[in-house]
Design a protein around this ligand. Sequence first.
Ligand code: FMN
Length: 182
Amino acid sequence: MQILGICGSLRKASLNMVALRECANLMPPGMSLRITGIDDIPMFNQDVFDAGIPEPAKRLRAEIAAADGVLIASPEYNFSLTAALKNAIDWASRPPNQSWQDKPVAVFSVTPGPLGGARVQYDLRRILGQLWAHVLPRPEVFIGASAGKFADGKLTDETTRKFLTDLLAGFKPWVERMQVRK
Ligand SMILES: Cc1cc2nc3c(=O)[nH]c(=O)nc-3n(C[C@H](O)[C@H](O)[C@H](O)COP(=O)(O)O)c2cc1C
C-alpha cells in the first residue's frame, strides 16, 4: 500500500515535515510512505492550465492518482490552509481525471499554538470532501504546543508518536475499504 505524503509547509525546518517523515517509521506493516514536494508548483492560473499543465503540477496529479492514499500534514495559516497546500489541491482538482476522486486521505496538523490546527483540518475536510476524496474521520490528530514536542529536527514526544501510530493504524483499513468499493 503506497501512501503519498504532502506537507503544507514549505519551510526547510518544518515541524509538519518532521512529523510526516516520522510517519514512515510508524506505519503498520504493508504500508509505505513517499513524500512529494509542492514548492515548485506555480500559482494556479486557468490560462496556464489550458495552455498545458506545468510539469510540477502534472507530476503531482500523477503521484496522487497512482497512490493508494494520501497523508497530509499541515500547519494552520490565518485559521485555514497554507497557500501552498491550497494551490497544490487546486492544481490536482481540475478535470479531466481530477486526482482526488475516490482517494482515501488522512490529515494531521502541527502548530505552536494550543489548538494544534483544528481549523485547518476542518477546512481541509470541507475542501477535499467536495472533491469526492474520502478523509478518514477519526482519529483526529492535532499536535499543538509543538515547541516542546520536537528537538533537533526530531519528534521527541512519545504521546504524539502514539497519536500518529493510531492515525496510521486507522488509515490502513480505511484505504482497504475504499479499494474494495472500487
Ligand atoms: C502567515 C502565518 C499565519 C499563521 N496563522 C496561524 C494560525 O492561524 N493558527 C496557528 O495555530 N498558527 C498559525 N501560524 C503559525 C504556524 O502554525 C507555525 O508557523 C507552524 O509551526 C508552521 O509549521 P511548520 O513548522 O511545519 O512550518 C501562522 C504562521 C504564519 C507564517
